[in-house]
Design a protein around this ligand. Structure first.
Ligand code: SAM
Ligand code: SF4
Length: 312
């Protein structure tokens, strides 16, 4: 399950948010700590085993440590967080102490200028220091996410090269047209097949690495590499048949699929003080309707939808 704790962000990545940002959710709409813990606890009772905390930018969320402390007491197989890394250097230690096990950091380029341009304000040096701090604190295995656009196509080999000397997983995510207002054409995203071809040309044949059966990424290793390369080909080679994901937004909407607006508004149920049995029943009914798949470019998500609200 991906748990979004805030819709706010300090960056405006080209593929995620328009330059002017998106309207923030009102504070009164957000789940309180107790509501978050109850909702997640119920989902864990129903079978959720792995939680990824996301945003917006989760490191901007003031209640993060308190929330992680509570989540870390649940019987989970994994508790991770995905971040743009801008505040990671100073926060890595406290996140670890609060019970976080590992982080995924978004890094679209190792070129300072291009990184700043794609993220509209990101600072490569800061993010790099954040990665180092996370590694030092043992928030591992580290994963790096890169959304490959034509704009940062030239960085793909350099990012993949990181896996030669570091036991990290560098994942190339296909651009998904979730936030309509970013106005990126499909042709501005780089198809995973093209990246794979470029990596094999530069480094040699990619060797498949078996992974978690329901993971969105298909993993490989470059010859003699310490780390892994992952492809998240959500659009061209949809992983829908093996998707077991749920998403809970910062305002408590249990979303069944990134590309569909169906789901269950948990905040009103929690505010009404429904019983545990009723909460479980409503969640199970909703999950039963998890869509079988998506067709992003043919049936685009609703106009007001924003990736920064969903959390990736
Ligand atoms: N702010 C945090 C970050 O950037 O890691 C967490 C939220 S962000 C929405 C989660 C992930 O979604 C990031 O790795 C980001 O690169 C990815 N993402 C955002 N917009 C995307 C898009 N349009 N297509 C594919 N991935 C996207
Ligand atoms: Fe912010 Fe993450 Fe979206 Fe970039 S991808 S704008 S860092 S939420």
């Amino acid at each position: 399950m991906r748990l979004s704790v805030t819709d706010r962000c300090d960056l405006r990545c080209r593929y995620c948010m328009p330059k002017e940002g998106v309207a923030w959710l009102g504070k009164e709409k957000l789940l309180t700590l107790e509501e978050q813990v109850r909702a997640v606890g119920t989902l864990v009772e129903l079978g959720i085993e792995r939680i990824k905390v996301t945003g917006g930018e989760p490191l901007l969320y003031p209640g993060l440590s308190a929330l992680l402390e509570r989540l870390s007491r649940l019987p989970l197989k994994d508790l991770s967080l995905t971040t743009n890394g801008m505040r990671l250097e100073s926060m890595a230690r406290s996140l670890r102490k609060a019970g976080l096990r590992r982080v995924t950091v978004s890094l679209d380029s190792m070129d300072e200028g291009r990184f700043k341009a794609v993220t509209r304000g990101g600072n490569f040096k800061k993010v790099w220091k954040g990665l180092m701090a996370a590694e030092e604190e043992g928030l591992t295995p580290l994963k790096i996410n890169c959304v490959a656009l034509r704009e940062n196509r030239a960085d793909v080999e350099e990012l993949a090269r990181l896996t030669l000397g570091h036991p990290w997983e560098v994942r190339f995510i296909e651009y998904m047209p979730v936030t309509a207002s970013v106005r990126l054409e499909r042709s501005e995203g780089v198809p995973p097949g093209e990246i794979r071809g470029a990596l094999e040309e530069a480094f040699g044949k990619l060797e498949p690495v078996p992974g978690y059966a329901h993971a969105p990424s298909v993993d490989y290793r470059l010859p003699r590499a310490l780390g892994k390369i992952g492809f998240i080909s959500s659009v061209s080679c949809s992983f829908c048949p093996r998707c077991d994901r749920l998403r809970l937004s910062a305002d408590g909407f249990l979303k069944l699929c990134m590309a569909h607006s169906d789901g269950l508004a948990l905040k009103p149920l929690l505010q009404a003080g429904v019983s545990d049995a009723e909460l479980r029943e409503q969640i199970l009914r909703a999950v039963f309707h998890k869509p079988e798949g998506h067709a992003f470019w043919f049936a685009a998500p609703a106009a007001g939808e924003a990736m920064s609200r969903i959390g990736g």
